[in-house]
Design a protein around this ligand. Structure first.
Ligand code: ADP
Length: 469
């Protein structure tokens, strides 16, 4: 069985969040289960692309409106990721540094999808399945069926995975002229509320859709940023499959990004990491270390962090340390930096994206905070547990699915409300636990033994593929 994963992100080529982690791992595990899985993504001006060898496998041309664009398909030569990696390069459109955030983003992703289908329709003669991730590849199932140009691919099964339903790739109808010519009578499939909505088109046209946890699927039926009725009406083809983690990348006993490796039977390394980390940030080592890693956006509850940290510093003055790594809303960034200045001995803030620092934080922290309002799956809590760091989470989406509270025999602390008092109550509970060293040690040991590997979930996707082919 031959499957192409189509995505804007793939770790370690280009990652912004969980989408990158999933697409960098799932195909590798599927290949081990005898599925021929590859990834197609845009070309980025990033170090991975410069540091690895690629060969050009195809040169082609697409039309965006009246303008012709040359595109190139490059294949990574050595299979370093454990799967075939194809990059689509279009000078001026798909050759940029950042994954998102450009004013002409919708043109970029139309070009990406048009070029890859153009290439596949000419060069691919096997039975294939296209697995589209999020709205960036959401137009593909529609294009396959309703663009004459891709008639060679008509009838190709498609799976759509929703990693984050908040972002839908909306574009106004004027952009339709940039798309490959399609059957105009079918235009309703692209539309939601009077605009082109690629995520809606994906859900309408794909053969099966999945979400990255069962809990998130249930949430989308009730609240999906305007698409709840659509998710419900297409329920018969839905599946909730929780993400796994790449236990080869996220392995405290082998992780080359942390100073000291450790495992359940030999936890000294975790303490040594914490010591080194606290020294770097000027923190007292014996105090509990709390952390937050993620996008500083409302969805992640990041707007609550400044007030929460301030309250925490007042309530437990000089008795707790807090480290934040993230970027996003400039107001939140500024408020956090003010707190870092005000509580320099106990608060550390790094604004930006830093893969190495994130590994060090998972390895060094005692507790990792996730006050998310929306969390389709969440990977941070899984990485935290793998590194013996207890997650403190708001009970929502994938967090509710994967973190069982210690009061029910689990390995985390959870709270219901997205408000500061609930978060402070969780801190109080964690401090009680922090004092009970033997119990904490036991919990750490047990959480590190949990199996969050990809095998089970990778098989579930394969079962869906089999049911469609
Ligand atoms: P998202 O909604 O952002 O995709 P996930 O929990 O699914 O959230 O995945 C987040 C991933 O991104 C994790 O691998 C996390 O470690 C990483 N990450 C988030 N923010 C940063 C950052 N500022 N620096 C480094 N890694 C980050």
């Amino acid at each position: 069985m031959k499957v192409y994963h189509i995505s804007a992100e793939c770790y370690p080529v280009a990652k912004v969040g969980g989408l990158g982690d999933v697409v960098g791992a799932l195909p590798k595990y599927q290949n081990r289960l005898s599925v021929d899985a590859s990834v197609i993504m845009p070309w980025y001006d990033r170090s991975f692309v410069k540091d690895h060898q690629f060969k050009s496998v195809f040169l082609g041309e697409i039309k965006l409106g009246a303008q012709l664009y040359q595109y190139q398909v490059l294949k990574e030569k050595q299979n370093v990721l454990g799967f075939d990696l194809y990059l689509i390069r279009i000078p001026g459109l798909l050759d940029r540094k950042e994954v998102y955030g450009y004013a002409d983003e919708s043109i970029q992703f139309i070009a990406f999808q048009s070029a890859l289908l153009h290439w596949l329709s000419i060069h691919e003669h096997d039975q294939i399945l296209l697995h589209c991730h999020d709205h960036h590849s959401g137009l593909i199932p529609f294009f396959l069926e309703h663009c004459h140009e891709f008639k060679a691919l008509k009838g190709t099964p498609t799976v759509g995975t929703v990693h984050n339903g908040q972002y839908q790739g909306w574009m106004d109808w004027q952009q339709a002229v940039l798309m490959p010519v399609f059957d105009w009578d079918q235009r309703g499939l692209l539309d939601w509320d009077g605009v082109i909505n690629p995520l809606a088109a994906l859900i309408k046209c794909c053969w099966a859709y999945t979400t990255v946890s069962k809990g998130y699927l249930e949430e989308l039926f009730l609240d999906a940023n305007g698409l709840e009725a659509l998710f419900s009406s297409e329920k018969q083809k839905s599946h909730g499959i929780v993400n796994g983690i790449d236990t080869e990348v996220w392995n405290p006993s082998k992780d080359s990004l942390i100073p000291y490796n450790y495992h359940q039977a030999e936890m000294d390394g975790k303490q040594k990491n914490k010591k080194a980390f606290c020294k770097q940030f000027g923190f007292t080592y014996r105090l509990p270390l709390f952390s937050f890693i993620g996008r500083l956006v409302y969805e992640k509850g990041a707007d609550l962090l400044p007030f929460f940290i301030e309250e925490m510093m007042n309530t437990y003055s000089g008795k707790v340390n807090f480290i934040v790594l993230g970027s996003g809303d400039p107001v939140i960034e500024k408020e956090l930096l003010i707190l870092q200045n005000k509580y320099a001995d106990n608060v550390g803030v790094t604004i930006g994206y830093d893969e190495v620092l994130s590994h060090k934080i998972y390895a060094s922290s005692d507790f990792l905070f996730m006050p998310s309002r929306v969390e389709p799956c969440g990977l941070n809590q899984l990485y935290a547990m793998r590194y013996g760091t207890m997650p403190i989470v708001r009970k929502t989406g994938g967090l509710a699915d994967t973190v069982v509270d210690i009061s029910s025999g689990g390995f985390g602390i959870s709270f219901e409300n997205d408000e500061v008092p609930a978060m402070l109550e969780a801190v109080e509970r964690s401090l009680v636990l922090f004092k009970r060293k033997a119990l904490l040690k036991q919990k750490r040991n047990d959480m590190m033994e949990q199996d969050f590997s990809w095998e089970t979930s990778a098989r579930k996707y394969i079962d869906i593929y089999k049911s469609l082919i």
